[in-house]
Design a protein around this ligand. Structure first.
Ligand SMILES: [Zn+2]
Length: 431
């Protein structure tokens, strides 16, 4: 057991090669631990001559809480001066990255801890700021500085990918009109790993990203998954011509639900002459309509049929509802050949002239994307995998919340869903 008071204090402070000068205790304020570097002679980095102390100043860093109290590390820094008047070095401040990286407001250990809490343990930046006794921006700056190094300076974060997906993600609504800004997530669909995020939802950025991965990476991608979006299809046509394109089932069903919704709104106006009010039968049916049929209990189904009888005289909404359910049933088929003929027949049937226009449009979409829709059956993506993907997408969207700067959003999303190697955190140099 250590009983020397100086050593005891050094042990508690836990930093290498520093003298603890004193501890400030203002009631109600954080604990202030004053330290200096132990080395009292240093050579000029330019010419090697023993340097002189020019002056001293203090830098206050936010450190990890000590014994339940907010703590500040007050670093008494020396400014050194080369005594040789002919030396170009002039004067410089002492640095020690074990205490704090230059320009960081957090001590090095606090910065790494905060990065891990936010990235790996999914704590909110606000919570960490509360624990350290500082503001949101101070913590966020540290997380971005260490996090950028962790995700961008690790060439082994992801390797070859067999199933790659593109997914559009809304990451901010900004300005007084809440203008939406989108990004594209690039995902390893098989492992459930976010590979990267690029700005926008056009094809240009994903194309640049894919080409930068090199021919070996591109040649390894066997499956390319996408929503029913023309730009992403063009990206894959150009960069991954040999990969099988697979339409994401979630987006296929989403299109069917969108068409159903359009149909309900149109019939509402045609029958009642106004947009849906909360007393209108079709408006009251809107949630039941998009719910999966097997999740409707008998009472719910009876209610839905009653509402349709009251508000859908030509059975147009009922037809669109049925179409949506049939589209969902595509994913209950377990055979690729059966699925192909099913989708082809469904695409044609929905375009029957007796169908409402929204349902005919759905039929055209199914035929336009039939190869990609049926490829899902060939690729044998399991439900477990879709679960992983749903979790990944949820995590990415959660990370997106409230970010104005794309760069910040990208790093946060990758820390959260990009499976960084947390063992490297101790070794990275913050940016
Ligand atoms: Zn010098």
């Amino acid at each position: 057991m250590e009983t020397n008071p100086i050593r005891m204090c050094e042990l508690l402070v836990g930093l290498p090669d520093v003298n603890v000068l004193g501890v400030g205790d203002i009631p109600g304020g954080p604990l202030r631990v004053h330290v200096e570097l132990r080395a009292s002679t240093v050579g000029c980095p330019e010419c090697g001559v023993v340097a002189h102390v020019k002056d001293r100043y203090q830098v206050e860093l936010i450190d990890l809480p000590a014994f339940g109290r907010w703590t500040r590390l007050v670093w008494h820094k020396r400014r050194w001066r080369c005594p040789d008047p002919g030396c170009p070095m002039g004067s410089w401040s002492e640095q020690d990255s074990r205490i704090a990286a230059s320009r960081q407001a957090l001590s090095d250990r606090a910065g790494r801890w905060a990065t891990r809490q936010v990235g790996e343990s999914a704590s909110s930046v606000n919570k960490i700021a509360d624990e350290l006794g500082c503001d949101w921006h101070t913590v966020n700056d540290a997380v971005i500085a260490y996090g950028t190094a962790l995700v961008d300076d690790d060439p082994a974060r992801y390797g070859l990918v067999r199933a790659l997906g593109l997914d559009e993600t809304l990451f901010v609504r900004e300005g007084e009109y809440h203008r939406q800004r989108f990004s594209t997530s690039i995902v390893d669909v098989e492992r459930g790993q976010l590979l990267d995020v690029v700005p926008g939802r056009s094809g240009a950025e994903p194309t640049t990203w894919l080409n930068a991965q090199g021919p070996a990476f591109l040649a390894h991608v066997a499956y390319a998954t996408l929503d029913l979006s023309g730009p992403y299809r063009a990206v894959f046509d150009a960069t991954l011509p040999y990969a099988t394109q697979v339409a994401d089932p979630f987006h296929v069903v989403k299109v069917a639900n969108q068409k159903l919704d359009e149909c309900r709104r149109r019939v509402q106006v045609e029958v009642f002459g106004h947009r849906g009010h909360k007393s209108d039968p079709l408006y009251r049916a809107r949630r039941l309509l998009t719910m999966a049929d097997e999740r409707l209990v008998d009472k719910g189904r009876a209610k839905l049929l009653g509402l349709l009888a009251a508000g859908d005289p030509k059975s147009e909404v009922a037809t669109a509802w049925h179409a949506k359910e049939v589209v969902r049933s595509i994913y209950g088929l377990d055979n690729e050949i059966v699925a192909r003929s099913f989708v082809e027949r469904l695409g044609h049937d929905l375009q029957d002239e007796s169908s409402p226009p929204e349902v005919r449009s759905l039929g055209r979409t199914l035929l336009r994307w039939k190869d990609q829709i049926v490829a899902w059956h060939e690729a044998h993506f399991t439900n477990a995998r879709s679960e992983t993907m749903n979790n990944l997408i949820k995590r990415t969207k959660r990370a997106a919340f409230g970010f104005r700067s794309f760069t910040n959003y990208r790093v946060r999303a990758l820390l959260y869903a990009g499976k960084p190697n947390w063992d490297l955190l101790a070794t990275v140099t913050p940016r």
